[in-house]
Design a protein around this ligand. Structure first.
Ligand code: NAG
Ligand code: NAG
Length: 310
C-alpha cells in the first residue's frame, strides 16, 4: 500500500493540472500544431496566403454575381437610415425597417416590369417551372444606380466581409395564388466551391392580402412589439389568407412565425453555420397571396472561401 499516493494527493494533482493545461500546455500546443481552417470566419481576412482565383464559380462572370468593378455610386434616393431589430442570434436573423426608401422600391418595381419570366425551381440537377412548388414571375434587375447602391448597402451591412459576393438581384412578383413552398436558400455542400451565406428578403410592393414569409421552425419572440412585423395569434382570423388548400397554415405558436410583407422593410438571415453546413431553422416559404400583388427582392450573398496558396 505504501507505493499508492493518497487519495487527497491525487485530487490535488488534478486540481493543479487544470490551470497548467489551460495556461501552459494548451498555448504551447497551439504554437506547435496550428488549427486548420475549420470555420467560415477563419478566412475572414485578405492575405497573400489566400488565392481568390482558385477553382469555384467564375467570380468575374456577371451573369451570376455583381463584381465590384469600381463604377462610382450615385445613391440619391437612399433612405435616411434604417432600424434593425434582433430576432435570433443562432442562426442570426435581423429585421430591418426602411432598408429601402419608397422611391427606391418604386423604381425597382418600375424597371422590372418588362422583364418578368416564370420563376424556376432547381432540384439539384435541372431547373424547371413547377407551379405547385413555386408560382411567381421573376426579373433580373439591371445594375443601375439604385441596384449598385443596394449591393453596396448589403456589403456594408455585413461588415465588408472578404470572400463574400453579392449575387445579381432578382425581383419576384406574386399575383393572387402566387407562392413558394418551404425550402432552404442554401445547398449545404461546397460542391460548387461555395454556398449562399446569407439572404435579405426585401418587400418592394405589398398591395396584397396574404403573402407572408413563414418560418415554421422559429419561435414567436416574446415582445408584443413584434406584432407590427409578424402575424400574431389574435390577428389570425384577419390574416385568413395566410395560406390556402394543402398548406400548413401558421395558426398557432407551433407553426412558427410569419413576416407580414411591408414595403421597404427586409428580413436578413444567415444560412450557414461556421462549419459550412446549413441552418435547418431557415426553412421558409412565401405563403400564397390571396388578392393583389406582392413584389419581393432577394439579395443573396455568395460565400466562396479562398484556397490556401501552395
Ligand atoms: C469568367 O467569366 C468571364 C466573363 O464572362 C470570362 O471572360 C472568363 O473567361 C471566365 N473565366 C473562366 C476561367 O471561365
Ligand atoms: C401575373 O400577372 C401578370 C399581369 O396580369 C401576368 O402577365 C402574369 O402572367 C401573371 N403571372 C402568373 C404567375 O400568374
Amino acid at each position: 500500500m505504501a507505493s499508492m499516493p493518497k487519495f487527497s494527493t491525487v485530487i490535488s494533482w488534478l486540481i493543479y493540472s487544470v490551470p497548467i493545461y489551460i495556461f501552459v500546455l494548451n498555448p504551447l500546443l497551439q504554437q506547435v500544431v496550428p488549427k486548420p481552417v475549420s470555420s467560415l470566419w477563419d478566412a475572414n481576412y485578405a492575405s497573400d496566403d489566400w488565392d481568390d482565383s482558385a477553382p469555384g464559380l467564375n467570380l468575374t462572370d456577371d451573369s451570376f454575381i455583381s463584381p465590384e468593378d469600381g463604377v462610382p455610386l450615385n445613391c440619391a434616393g437612399e433612405p435616411a437610415g434604417y432600424k434593425v431589430h434582433l430576432l435570433s442570434r443562432t442562426p442570426l436573423i435581423l429585421y430591418i425597417e426602411n432598408f429601402l426608401s419608397d422611391e427606391e422600391a418604386d423604381h425597382l418595381v418600375d424597371t422590372s416590369l418588362n422583364k418578368y419570366t416564370p420563376s424556376i425551381v432547381y432540384d439539384g440537377f435541372t431547373e424547371r417551372v413547377d407551379p405547385n412548388k413555386r408560382l411567381s414571375d421573376r426579373a433580373l434587375l439591371d445594375r443601375d444606380d439604385t441596384v449598385r447602391c443596394l449591393e453596396d448597402r448589403a456589403r456594408a451591412f455585413q461588415g465588408w466581409r472578404p470572400h463574400l459576393y453579392i449575387e445579381r438581384m432578382w425581383a419576384q412578383r406574386y399575383n393572387a395564388s402566387g407562392h413558394y413552398r418551404h425550402h432552404y436558400d442554401w445547398t449545404g455542400s461546397l460542391a460548387r466551391g461555395g454556398d449562399r451565406l446569407s439572404t435579405f428578403m426585401v418587400y418592394l410592393a405589398a398591395d396584397c392580402e396574404g403573402g407572408g414569409t413563414n418560418f415554421p421552425r422559429l419561435q414567436m419572440p416574446a415582445g408584443k412589439q413584434w406584432c407590427r412585423f409578424l402575424e400574431c395569434e389574435d390577428e389570425q382570423s384577419e390574416a385568413e389568407g395566410g395560406a390556402g388548400e394543402g398548406w400548413d397554415r401558421a395558426t398557432s405558436k407551433k407553426d412558427g412565425i410569419t413576416f407580414k410583407p411591408i414595403k421597404g422593410n427586409a428580413v436578413f438571415w444567415e444560412n450557414l453555420r461556421p462549419d459550412g453546413t446549413g441552418y435547418t431553422e431557415t426553412w421558409h416559404a412565401a405563403y400564397p397571396v390571396t388578392s393583389g400583388t406582392k413584389v419581393g427582392l432577394n439579395i443573396w450573398s455568395w460565400y466562396q472561401p479562398p484556397k490556401r496558396r501552395r
